[in-house]
Design a protein around this ligand. Structure first.
Ligand code: NAD
Ligand code: UFG
Length: 343
């Protein structure tokens, strides 16, 4: 089938495009390239020997989306396009509501205009907020603590109501835990603009010499080694979760599912695993806790297994080894001139 992938040039989208193409689907990447590089499309082609269609456009442009869906006879949409920086969402909340909420609304309206009903939406474990209990099951209370997280929850609620109002839509909401790693070829990977705010790309840039050391935000949490615990999930496992979710929509009209491993790893676990994968020491310093961080969270994975038959299979070592292959072969990512190196 032909699938429109909004944000398909981004980190998770590009890996999912590879998975979809390798499963025999045709892909139409719809992206405004505000946080991605066109080079990724050539890399997807090198991996899969198939050239995805690329449409440069904004998800807020309802007419362009409907025209693209109709022109390419798309049967489903996977919606990654959006902004994702927690810190930026605090300083620019309207930008986030406009991109993430209005963008999703105009996408769904465009789908309705042309009668395309299958939708997989990228949500986030951030919708749960501070854990009341662990592991986080899908029915855990929702209390996001940033504008970014609230945009995800608003879109989830909008999609829930759309699904309740009609049987023309079939919707899967996927809540990702901490996506890391990259395709085993080392040809595509995570390429953040500026200083990475997430842990894995920061460690990778330290390993490759772009930054002097990792700042570990807090070593006094109530966890075994005092550093924060997260559920890191390999991006290719996430990609296969999207394929399963899409297939599942032929059997069920609406699902909300966590995609995580169910295993928590600390910041120090990740630093050590990366050090082993790249064969170098990773220098680090302990610094103050980062505002808004919680000590620990990880996913309940039973529902994903029960509904989708999906479990993450790749381990922390694979996540680090694959990231290192990408980072060491592409020290400056897709070639954007790196920012000045800073700690
Ligand atoms: P990314 O920034 O690498 O990819 C997003 C893509 O969407 C980029 O190519 C960007 O150019 C495009 N885009 C942004 N706004 C757009 C718009 N208005 N119109 C068209 N294209 C637009 O991010 P990612 O890490 O691949 O994340 C993909 C999705 O998954 C996002 O919705 C994000 O919120 C969600 N998510 C990410 C994480 C994570 O840690 N990476 C965790 C949970 C959820
Ligand atoms: N951390 C450091 N140093 C860094 C960066 C992070 O010590 O330079 C620590 C954090 O304090 C946290 C852990 O590493 O304990 C993971 O932090 P990330 O920034 O990599 O990830 P978060 O869990 O904060 O959030 C990520 C995405 C969110 C998404 C969430 C979903 O950034 O957008 O996962 O679970 F919503």
């Amino acid at each position: 089938m032909t699938i429109m992938v909004t944000g398909g040039a981004g980190y998770i989208g590009s890996h999912t495009c590879v998975e979809l193409i390798e499963a025999g689907h045709q892909v139409v990447i719809f992206d405004n390239f505000c946080n991605s590089n066109i080079e990724v499309v050539r890399r997807i082609e090198r991996i899969t020997s198939a050239a995805p269609v690329v449409v440069r456009g904004d998800v807020r442009d309802r007419d362009l989306i409907s025209a693209t869906l109709a022109k390419h006879r798309c049967e489903a949409v996977i919606h990654f396009a959006g902004l994702k920086s927690v810190a930026e969402s605090v300083s620019h909340p309207l930008l986030y509501y406009e991109n993430n909420v209005l963008g999703s609304m105009s996408l769904v309206q465009a789908m309705q205009d042309v009668g395309v009903g299958k939708l997989v939406f990228s949500s986030s474990a951030t919708v749960y907020g501070d854990p009341v209990f662990l592991p986080l099951t899908e029915d855990h209370p929702k209390s996001p603590y940033s504008p970014y997280g609230r945009t995800k929850l608003v879109v989830e609620e909008m999609l829930t109501e759309v699904a309740q109002s009609t049987n023309r839509f079939k919707i899967a909401i996927l809540r990702y835990f901490n996506p890391v790693g990259c395709h085993v070829s080392g040809l595509i990977g995570e390429d953040p603009l500026g200083v990475p705010s997430n842990l894995m790309p920061f460690i990778a840039q330290v390993a490759v010499g772009r930054r002097p050391h990792v700042n570990i935000f807090g070593n006094d949490y109530n966890t075994p080694d005092g550093t924060g615990i997260r559920d890191y999930v390999h991006v290719m496992d996430l990609a296969s979760g999207h394929l399963r979710a899409l297939e599942h929509l032929s059997r069920q009209d609406f699902i909300q599912v966590n995609l995580g491993t169910g295993r928590g790893s600390s910041v120090l676990d990740l630093v050590q695993a990366f050090s082993k994968a790249c064969g170098k020491d990773i220098p680090f310093v302990f610094s103050a806790r980062r505002d808004g961080d919680v000590a620990s969270y990880y996913a309940a994975t039973d529902l994903a297994h029960k509904l989708l038959g999906w479990r993450a299979t790749r381990k922390l070592h694979d996540m680090c080894a694959d990231t290192w292959r990408w980072q060491s072969r592409n020290p400056n990512g897709y070639g954007i001139v790196p920012d000045q190196v800073s700690a």
